[in-house]
Design a binder for this molecule. Structure first.
Ligand code: TRP
Length: 334
């Protein structure tokens, strides 16, 4: 039997190049080998967007279309919507007994996010947000998934999930296998402004759905080596965000030539950026085309989500039968 994959995306915006290299490529490559489920994590998205439900709603279809556009094949992988799978919420409640508040407060990803969202949580962190790693463990384990392809920032979540498995199994008897993360081999791509991460709100990200004009606008204002002001100044490619993108989108020879000409002051930033625009536009062309196909057919995308969610629920319902039995709450059938 094929092992099962569960992975997910928060529907808080369209997906960008950071997602493409951080997680999407990985899951597309794995979908043939493993029984793959992709969760559109709207419940998780609401933990820090509870004031903005319309945003989450709009992005459910966008994120589904992004997955389809990059090559998730709905005939072999299953796309499903978290809030329509109530077993996940149920399992979250049972798991919440197994995790201390202090442990959640030590989770590095949660810690970092709370810092960034200081404004949202100025009156205190909500139970929902602090507990989202427990809910993410329930995402994974309600599917009894053993493989979780994620970006490196998600490793603390998988670690917490594994702790919950140990705890659950030791109290109620062996129930879950330990899931394993598969992390993308690509380095995390920086935002176009040189900030650590491509973000949805900072205008420093290239979205899979961006038009060639948008891509050009964003690349042309990207951060470069601050010491290279004039075209003929000698550059330091290793301090340049545009060069980091060139590393992803250029062949070895092209890259060598860019590096050498930049360092000798023979390649200006504008020329280098124009070259990068061409490469990224060409790279994203088939993705954009496929996305257009689905954008014109929203009811097809809804159908894919509906069918996928029904299929997913069969599995999570099976899991709850097992869990209830192990937890001694399988009183009777009704
Ligand atoms: N937390 C993930 C992210 O922000 C999304 C996610 C939700 C997820 N549920 C998941 C990832 C389950 C892997 C497994 O990208």
């Amino acid at each position: 039997m094929r092992k099962r994959i569960l992975t997910g995306d928060r529907p808080t915006g369209k997906l960008h190049l950071g997602h493409l290299f951080g997680s999407l490529k990985n899951r597309v490559a794995l979908q043939e080998k493993y029984e793959t489920y992709i969760l559109i994590a709207d419940v998780q998205a609401l933990t820090d967007n509870f004031l903005n439900p319309q945003k989450v709603r709009e992005n459910v279809l966008e994120v589904a279309m992004d997955n389809l556009a990059v090559g998730i094949n709905p005939n072999i992988a299953t796309l499903c919507v978290q809030s329509l799978i109530p077993e996940i919420a149920e399992l979250t409640v049972f798991f919440s007994n197994l995790v201390t508040i202090a442990r959640l407060e030590r989770n590095p990803t949660v810690k970092e996010e709370i810092k960034q969202k200081a404004n949202l949580f100025k009156k205190g962190v909500t139970m929902g947000f602090l507990g989202y790693p427990v809910s993410q463990a329930a995402d994974i384990l309600s599917f009894r998934a053993e493989i979780v392809p994620v970006g490196a920032d998600q490793l603390p979540m998988i670690e917490q999930t594994r702790e919950i498995v140990h705890k659950f199994n030791s109290i109620y008897g062996k129930t879950f296998n330990l899931p394993k993360a598969i992390v993308s081999k690509f380095k995390r791509i920086k935002g176009l402004d040189g900030k650590a991460k491509m973000g949805k709100s900072l205008d420093n990200a290239i979205f899979l759905a961006d038009s060639p004009q948008e891509i050009e606008r964003k690349i042309m204002k990207a951060f470069t080596d601050p010491k290279k002001i004039y075209k003929n100044d000698k550059g330091h490619p290793l301090n340049c965000v545009v060069y980091q993108y060139q590393q992803i989108f250029s062949s070895a020879e092209e890259l060598e030539s860019i590096k050498e000409r930049c360092e000798r002051g023979k390649l200006g930033c504008v020329e280098c950026k124009k070259d990068l625009v061409k490469k990224i536009v060409a790279y994203l062309e088939p993705i954009r085309e496929k996305r257009h196909y689905f954008e014109k057919r929203p009811s097809l995308v809804e159908e894919i989500l509906l069918t996928g969610t029904k299929k997913a629920r069969k599995i999570t319902q099976e899991t709850m039968v097992i869990v209830r039995k192990k937890m001694r709450i399988d009183y009777f059938r009704f």
